[in-house]
Each structure stands twice: as C-alpha cells, then as structure tokens.
Ligand binder design. Structure first.
Ligand code: S3P
Length: 184
C-alpha cells in the first residue's frame, strides 16, 4: 500500500515539473502570460525570441534583414532543442515556431503545449504601434495578419490546450492554464 502511494506521488511530482510551452500568433500575449505563469509556478521563464537576440547580439528585425527568415528559423529550432531539455520552465515561443515540422514534434513531445489565440482585429490593435515584427511591416498589416493566421491555423491546433484571449486578462489566462496543466 505504502509503495503504491509513494509511486503515485512520484509520478504526480514528475508531471508537475513538466515544462509548459506557449505557442500562438504574434500579439496573443505569450510573453506577458508566460512571465506571470512562471512567477506563479516558480518555474524559469524563457522567451525564444529574447534568447536568439541575446545570442546573436542583434534584434529580430536585424536578423531578418541581414540573414533572412530561413536563417532565423534555424536559430529558432536550435534554441528550442536546447530549452526543451529541461523541466520547470515556461517557454514563450515566436509566433512562427510551429511552421517547422521538427519544432512541432519537439514541442508536442517535450512540453505541455498551450496555444493562445485572439481575433485578427485585436491582434492588429495590439501590434500596430510596434516596429519589431518584420512580418507585420506590410503596407496592409490587417490583410497580412489574416493571411498568416489562415496559413498557420492548422499548425496551432497541435496544442493540448487552446485559450482565446480576447476577453481575458493575463491573470485569468494563467488560471485556466494552471487548472488544465494540473489535471493533465
Ligand atoms: C514571428 C513572430 C515573432 C518573432 C518573429 C517572427 C512569426 O515573435 O519570432 O518576428 O513568424 O510569427 P512573437 O510571436 O513573440 O511576436
């Protein structure tokens, strides 16, 4: 009997250490939510874009301009592989990380995977003042958002949990993630 309890507790403990990865389109709140969630769970917070920028000594726009999107995507995969080796992390990913089949497999295998969504209108409102996202520097950013969302929709569906953030603040989003993570 004692053995069974110890075994069950051990398993539950290991499960509660599992890293959580946040995927979702630009402007859906992955970084804000991830940082808050990490605080609440006392996990380490990591952001793939920020790590790539630190390692390269350049911001995302510079990397895209100087070396192109394909080069950035390679850096994304390298970074993800490294990060997913560890438990007890909240990993906020760049919106396009799910474009690579390898990344999708890595995320599904090594993390509790959560997708944040928002309407194209809200994404536009949240991102319109920023100049840091090269893929949205288009003459018609609204149309570009809709097109990219449509292209990527099926990939975002790999998540175990999807949360529409339109009506939620970061605290409410964290509550939903924590509830489902603990049940998973
Ligand atoms: C991208 C999203 C960005 C960043 C890069 C490309 C994308 O990250 O990785 O500009 O392809 O959707 P955020 O989703 O954090 O803005």
């Amino acid at each position: 009997m004692k053995k069974t309890i110890a075994k069950t507790m051990g398993k539950a403990h290991a499960k509660n250490n599992r890293s959580i990865a946040l995927i979702g389109f630009m402007g859906t709140g992955k970084t804000t939510t991830g940082a808050l969630l990490a605080k609440q769970l006392e996990f380490q917070f990591l952001d793939t874009d920020a790590i790539i920028e630190d390692c390269q000594g350049q911001n995302i726009a510079q990397i895209f301009n100087e070396n192109g999107e394909a080069y950035f995507r390679k850096l994304e995969t390298e970074t993800l592989k490294r990060l997913l080796l560890n438990d007890r992390q909240i990993i906020a990913t760049g919106g396009g990380i799910i474009l690579s089949e390898e990344n999708r497999r890595l995320l599904k295998t090594h993390s509790y995977l959560v997708c944040l969504t928002a309407s194209p209108e809200l994404i536009y409102e949240r991102t319109k003042e920023e100049t840091t996202r090269p893929l949205l520097l288009s003459p018609d950013p609204k149309a570009q958002i809709k097109k990219l969302l449509a292209d990527r929709q099926e990939y975002y569906q790999i998540a175990q949990l999807t949360i529409n953030t339109n009506e939620l603040d970061p605290d409410e989003i964290c509550k939903k993630i924590l509830f489902n993570y603990r049940q998973s």
